[in-house]
Design a binder for this molecule. Structure first.
Ligand code: THU
Length: 165
C-alpha cells in the first residue's frame, strides 16, 4: 500500500499502535465493540503529538461517544488545533495486534476483524477542524495492514465552516 501521507511510515505505525493500546480503555459493555483512535495533532504547525481516544458507551445508548470524537475533543480541550491524520482500529477481539517480541513483527489476532471507518457524525466533527483533502484517515487491522484515505474522499462535497462565512 503506497503511503500518500507526507508523514513517515514509522509515525503511521506509531499512530496505529497508539490506537491499539488505547482500545483497552474502551467502555463498551453494550456493543462489546472496542475502538481506539489516535490523532496526529499539533498546537503549532510543526510540533505534532499523538492524542488518543476510545469509545465510551452509555446505558442511554445515544449518549455514547465514538473513539474518534473522544480523541478530537481531548485534543481540542488541550489546545491542539491542527490535525493531520487519525488512525482507527477496532473490533470484537480482545487484542487486535499480536506482538512478536523476538522479531518486532505484528499482525492482527483475528483475521475476521475489519477495517473501521469513522461514522458520519465523526466525519462531520473532523471536517470542522481540518482541510478535507489534506487530512488522512488510516483504517488499520494491524500496523502493517491498513488503508489510507483522505477525509475529502470519505466525505465529498461536505458542509463546513466556510459555508457559513
Ligand atoms: N464506534 C467508534 O468508536 N468508532 C467508529 O468509527 C465506529 C463505531 C463505536 C461506537 C459504539 O460504542 C461501538 O463502536 C459500536 O457501534
Amino acid at each position: 500500500m503506497p503511503n500518500k501521507i507526507n508523514i513517515s511510515d514509522d509515525i503511521i505505525k506509531e499512530l496505529i499502535k497508539s490506537a491499539d493500546n488505547v482500545r483497552k480503555n474502551a467502555y463498551a459493555p453494550y456493543s462489546h465493540f472496542k475502538v481506539g483512535a489516535a490523532l496526529y495533532a499539533a498546537k503549532d504547525e510543526d510540533n505534532f503529538d499523538i492524542i488518543t481516544g476510545c469509545n465510551v458507551e452509555n446505558a442511554s445508548y445515544p449518549a455514547g461517544n465514538c473513539a474518534e470524537r473522544t480523541a478530537v475533543f481531548k485534543a481540542l480541550s488541550e489546545g491542539y488545533n491542527s490535525f493531520k491524520a487519525i488512525a482507527i482500529l477496532g473490533g470484537y477481539a480482545e487484542k487486535m495486534i499480536q506482538y512478536n517480541a523476538s522479531n518486532n513483527q505484528s499482525d492482527t489476532s483475528d483475521a475476521s476483524e475489519k477495517y473501521i471507518s469513522p461514522c458520519g457524525i465523526c466525519r462531520q466533527v473532523l471536517r470542522e477542524f481540518v482541510t478535507p483533502n489534506d487530512f488522512y484517515v488510516i483504517m488499520a487491522r494491524s500496523d502493517n495492514d491498513y488503508i489510507v484515505i483522505t477525509l475529502e474522499e470519505l466525505m465529498p462535497m461536505s458542509f463546513g465552516p466556510d459555508n457559513l462565512n
